[in-house]
Design a protein around this ligand. Structure first.
Ligand code: ZN
Length: 272
Protein backbone atom coordinates (compact mmCIF):
# COMPACT_ATOMS: atom_id res chain seq x y z
CA UNK A 1 0.00 0.00 0.00
CA UNK A 2 1.25 3.48 -0.83
CA UNK A 3 2.18 5.44 2.25
CA UNK A 4 2.76 9.18 2.23
CA UNK A 5 4.95 8.87 5.29
CA UNK A 6 7.23 6.31 3.70
CA UNK A 7 7.39 8.28 0.45
CA UNK A 8 8.32 11.50 2.28
CA UNK A 9 10.93 9.63 4.28
CA UNK A 10 12.52 8.12 1.16
CA UNK A 11 12.57 11.50 -0.52
CA UNK A 12 14.36 13.16 2.42
CA UNK A 13 16.91 10.34 2.55
CA UNK A 14 17.50 10.54 -1.21
CA UNK A 15 18.05 14.27 -1.04
CA UNK A 16 20.46 14.06 1.91
CA UNK A 17 22.85 11.24 1.10
CA UNK A 18 25.53 10.29 3.62
CA UNK A 19 28.70 9.01 2.03
CA UNK A 20 30.29 5.84 3.47
CA UNK A 21 33.35 7.93 4.41
CA UNK A 22 31.24 10.49 6.27
CA UNK A 23 29.39 7.78 8.17
CA UNK A 24 32.65 6.00 8.97
CA UNK A 25 33.91 9.31 10.43
CA UNK A 26 30.86 9.50 12.70
CA UNK A 27 31.34 5.89 13.81
CA UNK A 28 34.98 6.66 14.64
CA UNK A 29 33.94 9.56 16.85
CA UNK A 30 31.36 7.48 18.71
CA UNK A 31 32.87 4.28 20.19
CA UNK A 32 29.57 3.61 22.01
CA UNK A 33 28.17 2.54 18.61
CA UNK A 34 30.72 -0.27 18.32
CA UNK A 35 29.16 -3.68 17.89
CA UNK A 36 25.85 -2.51 16.40
CA UNK A 37 24.71 -4.88 13.69
CA UNK A 38 24.13 -3.88 10.06
CA UNK A 39 20.40 -3.29 10.43
CA UNK A 40 20.92 -1.11 13.48
CA UNK A 41 23.71 0.77 11.75
CA UNK A 42 21.57 1.59 8.72
CA UNK A 43 18.53 2.50 10.81
CA UNK A 44 20.63 4.82 12.97
CA UNK A 45 22.13 6.55 9.94
CA UNK A 46 18.75 7.07 8.28
CA UNK A 47 17.03 8.28 11.42
CA UNK A 48 19.89 10.72 12.04
CA UNK A 49 19.36 12.24 8.60
CA UNK A 50 15.61 12.52 9.25
CA UNK A 51 16.31 14.08 12.65
CA UNK A 52 18.48 16.78 11.04
CA UNK A 53 15.68 17.42 8.57
CA UNK A 54 13.05 17.76 11.32
CA UNK A 55 14.94 19.73 13.97
CA UNK A 56 16.66 23.06 13.82
CA UNK A 57 20.20 23.16 15.16
CA UNK A 58 21.20 26.67 16.18
CA UNK A 59 24.88 27.31 16.85
CA UNK A 60 25.57 30.44 18.87
CA UNK A 61 28.63 32.58 18.00
CA UNK A 62 31.75 30.69 18.97
CA UNK A 63 30.45 27.33 17.78
CA UNK A 64 31.62 26.28 14.31
CA UNK A 65 29.62 23.30 13.09
CA UNK A 66 30.71 21.12 10.20
CA UNK A 67 28.24 18.79 8.47
CA UNK A 68 30.01 15.91 10.24
CA UNK A 69 29.47 17.61 13.60
CA UNK A 70 25.76 17.92 12.88
CA UNK A 71 25.47 14.30 11.84
CA UNK A 72 27.41 13.16 14.94
CA UNK A 73 25.07 15.13 17.20
CA UNK A 74 21.99 13.70 15.45
CA UNK A 75 23.37 10.18 15.74
CA UNK A 76 23.89 10.55 19.48
CA UNK A 77 20.36 11.88 19.76
CA UNK A 78 18.94 8.89 17.88
CA UNK A 79 20.84 6.15 19.71
CA UNK A 80 18.37 5.96 22.64
CA UNK A 81 15.45 5.63 20.20
CA UNK A 82 17.07 2.94 18.06
CA UNK A 83 14.73 0.13 19.15
CA UNK A 84 11.68 2.13 20.13
CA UNK A 85 8.62 1.86 17.94
CA UNK A 86 8.69 4.43 15.21
CA UNK A 87 6.71 7.09 17.06
CA UNK A 88 7.78 10.67 17.43
CA UNK A 89 9.50 10.41 20.80
CA UNK A 90 11.12 13.83 20.31
CA UNK A 91 7.89 15.61 19.43
CA UNK A 92 8.34 17.82 22.51
CA UNK A 93 10.90 20.10 20.89
CA UNK A 94 11.94 21.57 17.55
CA UNK A 95 15.30 23.07 18.26
CA UNK A 96 18.69 22.30 19.75
CA UNK A 97 20.77 25.33 20.73
CA UNK A 98 24.52 24.95 21.03
CA UNK A 99 26.42 27.24 23.39
CA UNK A 100 30.17 27.75 23.00
CA UNK A 101 30.73 26.88 26.65
CA UNK A 102 29.02 26.09 29.93
CA UNK A 103 26.43 28.72 30.70
CA UNK A 104 24.82 30.29 33.72
CA UNK A 105 21.17 29.48 34.19
CA UNK A 106 18.92 31.28 36.64
CA UNK A 107 17.26 28.72 38.90
CA UNK A 108 14.31 28.96 41.20
CA UNK A 109 13.59 26.48 43.91
CA UNK A 110 10.97 26.39 46.64
CA UNK A 111 12.22 24.68 49.77
CA UNK A 112 10.25 22.54 52.24
CA UNK A 113 9.37 25.64 54.27
CA UNK A 114 7.88 27.26 51.16
CA UNK A 115 10.66 29.81 50.73
CA UNK A 116 11.66 30.64 47.16
CA UNK A 117 15.36 30.59 46.47
CA UNK A 118 16.81 32.06 43.32
CA UNK A 119 20.35 31.39 42.31
CA UNK A 120 22.59 31.09 39.28
CA UNK A 121 23.83 27.69 38.34
CA UNK A 122 26.64 26.86 35.92
CA UNK A 123 25.63 24.02 33.65
CA UNK A 124 26.40 22.37 30.36
CA UNK A 125 22.89 21.39 29.31
CA UNK A 126 19.26 22.17 29.86
CA UNK A 127 15.95 20.85 28.57
CA UNK A 128 12.86 23.00 28.97
CA UNK A 129 9.37 21.62 28.90
CA UNK A 130 7.90 22.69 25.50
CA UNK A 131 11.20 24.44 24.75
CA UNK A 132 14.52 23.78 23.05
CA UNK A 133 17.33 21.56 24.25
CA UNK A 134 20.37 23.60 25.18
CA UNK A 135 23.80 22.00 25.01
CA UNK A 136 27.32 23.32 25.62
CA UNK A 137 29.32 22.34 22.57
CA UNK A 138 32.43 21.15 24.49
CA UNK A 139 30.15 18.76 26.40
CA UNK A 140 28.75 17.39 23.14
CA UNK A 141 32.26 16.88 21.79
CA UNK A 142 33.23 14.95 24.94
CA UNK A 143 30.23 12.63 24.48
CA UNK A 144 30.54 9.35 22.62
CA UNK A 145 32.94 7.16 24.60
CA UNK A 146 32.33 4.34 27.07
CA UNK A 147 32.96 6.56 30.07
CA UNK A 148 29.68 7.27 31.87
CA UNK A 149 29.34 10.75 30.40
CA UNK A 150 27.00 11.77 27.62
CA UNK A 151 25.50 15.24 27.64
CA UNK A 152 23.25 14.61 24.64
CA UNK A 153 21.70 11.41 26.02
CA UNK A 154 21.29 13.10 29.42
CA UNK A 155 19.34 16.10 28.14
CA UNK A 156 17.24 14.02 25.74
CA UNK A 157 16.35 11.63 28.56
CA UNK A 158 14.81 14.67 30.25
CA UNK A 159 12.78 15.24 27.07
CA UNK A 160 11.51 11.63 27.15
CA UNK A 161 10.64 12.13 30.82
CA UNK A 162 8.67 15.29 29.89
CA UNK A 163 6.45 13.47 27.38
CA UNK A 164 3.96 12.71 30.15
CA UNK A 165 4.21 15.90 32.20
CA UNK A 166 6.84 17.66 34.25
CA UNK A 167 10.05 15.68 34.68
CA UNK A 168 9.85 13.22 37.59
CA UNK A 169 11.97 10.28 36.48
CA UNK A 170 9.01 8.42 35.00
CA UNK A 171 8.79 8.55 31.19
CA UNK A 172 5.81 6.93 29.42
CA UNK A 173 6.42 3.19 29.90
CA UNK A 174 5.57 0.49 27.38
CA UNK A 175 2.55 -1.77 27.87
CA UNK A 176 4.71 -4.74 28.81
CA UNK A 177 6.25 -2.79 31.71
CA UNK A 178 4.85 -2.17 35.17
CA UNK A 179 5.02 1.23 36.80
CA UNK A 180 5.40 -0.42 40.23
CA UNK A 181 8.52 -2.33 39.06
CA UNK A 182 9.98 0.87 37.65
CA UNK A 183 9.23 2.89 40.79
CA UNK A 184 10.67 0.23 43.10
CA UNK A 185 13.92 -0.14 41.13
CA UNK A 186 14.47 3.61 40.75
CA UNK A 187 13.46 4.59 44.27
CA UNK A 188 15.60 1.90 45.93
CA UNK A 189 18.70 2.94 43.98
CA UNK A 190 18.01 6.65 44.44
CA UNK A 191 17.58 6.20 48.20
CA UNK A 192 20.76 4.11 48.45
CA UNK A 193 22.74 6.77 46.60
CA UNK A 194 21.36 9.53 48.82
CA UNK A 195 22.02 7.52 51.98
CA UNK A 196 25.63 7.05 50.90
CA UNK A 197 26.03 10.79 50.28
CA UNK A 198 24.33 11.66 53.57
CA UNK A 199 26.90 9.55 55.41
CA UNK A 200 29.79 11.09 53.46
CA UNK A 201 29.21 13.92 50.97
CA UNK A 202 32.57 13.13 49.34
CA UNK A 203 31.84 9.41 49.01
CA UNK A 204 33.09 7.58 45.94
CA UNK A 205 29.64 6.83 44.49
CA UNK A 206 29.17 4.08 41.87
CA UNK A 207 27.56 6.55 39.45
CA UNK A 208 27.80 10.35 39.18
CA UNK A 209 26.46 11.79 42.48
CA UNK A 210 24.46 14.33 40.47
CA UNK A 211 21.96 11.47 40.09
CA UNK A 212 21.05 11.99 43.76
CA UNK A 213 19.78 15.52 43.01
CA UNK A 214 16.18 14.44 42.29
CA UNK A 215 14.38 11.54 40.55
CA UNK A 216 14.47 13.30 37.16
CA UNK A 217 18.25 13.66 37.35
CA UNK A 218 18.52 10.07 38.50
CA UNK A 219 16.75 8.89 35.35
CA UNK A 220 18.88 11.15 33.11
CA UNK A 221 22.20 10.09 34.69
CA UNK A 222 21.19 6.41 34.77
CA UNK A 223 20.36 6.69 31.04
CA UNK A 224 23.84 8.11 30.39
CA UNK A 225 25.41 5.14 32.19
CA UNK A 226 23.08 2.67 30.50
CA UNK A 227 24.47 3.64 27.09
CA UNK A 228 28.06 4.55 28.01
CA UNK A 229 29.02 2.54 31.12
CA UNK A 230 26.43 -0.25 31.27
CA UNK A 231 28.75 -2.50 33.28
CA UNK A 232 29.06 0.08 36.06
CA UNK A 233 25.30 0.68 36.17
CA UNK A 234 24.49 -3.02 36.15
CA UNK A 235 27.01 -3.71 38.88
CA UNK A 236 25.71 -0.94 41.16
CA UNK A 237 21.98 -1.08 40.40
CA UNK A 238 21.04 -4.20 38.40
CA UNK A 239 17.29 -3.61 38.76
CA UNK A 240 17.72 -0.13 37.28
CA UNK A 241 19.67 -1.60 34.37
CA UNK A 242 16.85 -4.09 33.71
CA UNK A 243 14.16 -1.39 33.78
CA UNK A 244 16.13 0.78 31.35
CA UNK A 245 16.70 -2.27 29.16
CA UNK A 246 12.93 -2.81 29.07
CA UNK A 247 12.33 0.88 28.35
CA UNK A 248 14.98 1.50 25.67
CA UNK A 249 14.68 -2.08 24.37
CA UNK A 250 18.44 -2.33 24.00
CA UNK A 251 21.19 -4.23 25.79
CA UNK A 252 24.39 -2.16 25.66
CA UNK A 253 25.92 -4.37 28.36
CA UNK A 254 25.56 -7.46 26.15
CA UNK A 255 27.08 -5.50 23.26
CA UNK A 256 30.02 -4.30 25.38
CA UNK A 257 30.66 -7.82 26.69
CA UNK A 258 30.71 -9.23 23.16
CA UNK A 259 33.25 -6.57 22.15
CA UNK A 260 35.37 -7.45 25.17
CA UNK A 261 35.14 -11.16 24.36
CA UNK A 262 36.52 -10.48 20.91
CA UNK A 263 39.15 -7.95 22.09
CA UNK A 264 40.01 -8.52 25.77
CA UNK A 265 41.47 -5.00 26.11
CA UNK A 266 38.60 -3.39 24.17
CA UNK A 267 37.57 -0.79 26.69
CA UNK A 268 41.12 0.29 27.56
CA UNK A 269 41.75 0.96 23.92
CA UNK A 270 38.84 3.38 23.71
CA UNK A 271 39.38 5.03 27.08
CA UNK A 272 42.90 6.11 26.30
ZN1 ZN B 1 19.78 16.95 34.07
Amino acid sequence: MWSYRRWRRQRILARNPVSPQQWEGVRQRLPILDGLDETEDRRLRERSVLFLHDKRITALPGVELTPDDRLTLATLAQLPLLHLPDLDWYRGFHELVLYPDDFVSPQRHRDAAGVEHEYDDERSGEAWQYGPVILAWPGVKSSGGWDGYNLVIHELAHKLDMLNGSPNGLPPLHRDMRQSDWALAMQTAYDALNAQLDRDPDAETPIDPYAAEDPAEFFAVASEYFFTAPDLLDQAFPAVYRQLQAFYRQDPLGRLKRLQDIHPDYRHATNG
